[in-house]
Design a protein around this ligand. Sequence first.
Ligand code: GLN
Length: 297
Amino acid sequence: MTLLAQWMRACGLARLDAQALVSTVLGWSRAQQVAHPEQELHSADLAQLDALAARLRAGEPMAYVLGEREFYGLMFQITPDVLIPRPDTELLVELALQKLEAFAPSSTPRVLDMGTGSGAIAVALAHTRPQAEVWALDASAVALTVAQSNAQRLLPPQRAAGAIRFVQSDWFAALRHVDATAPRFDCIVSNPPYVAQHDPHLPALRHEPALALTGQRPSADGLGDIRQIVAQAADFLHATGWLLLEHGYDQADAVRALLAAQGWRDVFSARDLSGIERVSGGLCPRPRQIQSPPKIA
Ligand code: GLN
């Protein structure tokens, strides 16, 4: 017979991690666990705890072991097919909400989340700004099913069914054909893959999908996907629409330069909670003037 306290000592995990597993398996709060160390563990619970602990000891992230992670106050279901939502990315949600404040509360601004993964950004936006028309796009069909089920669970029932429009697309490719004309948005947000092909941090991220970290076409500087988005986003934005991009801790200068070089206006970067420039964005470039041929007198 194994007691809770014995298992906690023997499992080889930090106390908080062990308590998180016990909460999931037994449904006990940490306070209950501390109050009842003498609790005997049933063999089925013990087997499940041992299996989860082994995955953690092997380096699998807690979010995958528990199958969930909180983001923007909502609990998302997470599978290894999607990136684990990071607190840094809440900045992107905040900035998008600020841009949407320019619209009357009763209006329906249109927002596009590119590379939605678990749906964290799209669902947080739809949840906070129920009037907005949110689209979520991903190249991975499996990721889209995870995002869809998060939308179903987390959005109010009257919104859940049609709240978010999901599109499987390699960046803008399929979006060009979704309607007779390409849809136009008031804000495009993305936490795209931005990790460089040979980034030394990649081994530490090995449990997360390469598609979300380095992308389908890994690049030496990690900016390959951001370049594509910056080059094409203006075709899908209204004239007053914003593009907001998350990027790596050392990429803000490069992303601002990319935006500026393509005529984006009011280009800026914003800092995350650690003080790192984490999101850059800009206002849609003015449509190119079509030069009329010189008049012949
Ligand atoms: N923020 C993640 C990391 O550096 C990377 C996510 C991404 O490439 N979009 O761990």
